[in-house]
Design a protein around this ligand. Sequence first.
Ligand SMILES: [Zn+2]
Length: 464
Amino acid sequence: MILLKNCFALYIDPADPGCKPLRGVDVLIEGNLISRVGRNLSAPEGRPGNLADVRSARIIDASRFVVVPGFVNTHHHFYQVLTRNVPAVQNAKLFTWLVYLYEIWKNIDEEAVLVSSQVAMGELAKTGCTCTTDHHYLYPRGVAADLMGLQFEAAERIGMRFAPARGSMSLSKKDGGLPPDSVVQTDRQILADSRRVIEQYHDPGPLAMRKVILAPCSPFSVSKELMVETARLARSSGVRLHTHLAETKDENEYCLRTHGKRPLELMEEWEFIGPDVSFAHGIHFTDEELERLRQSSTAVCHCPSSNMRLGSGIARVKEMLELGITVSLAVDGSASNDASDFLGEMRQALYLQRIRYGADAISVPQIFALATGNGLEVLSFSRLGRIEEGWGADLAAFDVHRLEYAGALSDPLAALVFAGVDHRSAYTIINGRIVVERGRLCGVEEARLVEKANRIAARIQSGG
Ligand SMILES: [Zn+2]
């Protein structure tokens, strides 16, 4: 049981432009659900069978906090935490960046996956994110472990709600692809393992802590057959699909040269489009392609920092939203956006659209829609994203009574996006459990994790 007392400003649904802050209300969380939102709530008396819960009751003074539903990150590559900020590719564009980094990434092993996943999810949780995916597509030869199993273990240690994508690559350099041969798998291996992870881990429930998505890496890293078979497997298993698409002009040229078609045309031919599909980036779509996304109800995961970092371009988010296309938000892998600062990413999304379309391009509630409800739709969670009785208890509380927010409290919600130098939440609560308390991860020794990550990063960067 957790009781947040006297919230400074609480938003039931910050994505709704008409949503006004509730002042001075309390939020009661019992089990993994929000059980009451109202004034002067008190911790429920001990009930038979519920004594343990009452003994562990937590009452939190929220009078300094803006409280919002937790954020949802829809694209990432956790392992890249170990290659943040590598000097040789600080100024490289996507294909050059990929070819250089694959030579380091091929050295990742079980420990690297476990530790990098904890670091990335820890960083996300500390900036208000309560639900994330990860697109892991590297399966180095010689690493036999269940990598998705290790990622779920990491999610459990952090307390994150986790819907990872089983990524895949089947084309290496010898087939005209970009990665070295040692990190790709055969179509048969990939499909068998995809089937296994769905059976072993996927929970279709609305408040699941574990879901699975299938995600061939991109149209230039897998075979046509794998794309088609993966889509069929996902549909027959009731799981969602994801891939990178339309990220760079180089990708357009590659697809035209190799297949005689633009990326989206290929996806249509390969049955990899529809209401169960999301594309990461989605920058270089034509007007006609945007219309096809709309008609097919395909979603786009917008990664503003990564797009700026690699100079890939500015996604047409404003136009997509006007067309009714679902757009979610994502920090992307940590080698192309070296921070997993989710609240910071919301500011980047707001500002990047304004560079392209002007100051009224996109509003704060729209940014919250990308960061909460749209993300939940993309990851397929239905009873999250509102601070309301009976909904899942995923929320973030930010202390706005600090120097960096002074003078910004006429609109506490917008203050979170426009102001602030430190995007750490005071509290992040996931599935009714406190995961971040006073800006620190609970139950995780951060200093030890940092030391381990740095040791592994040095090892893999120097050749394994
Ligand atoms: Zn990516």
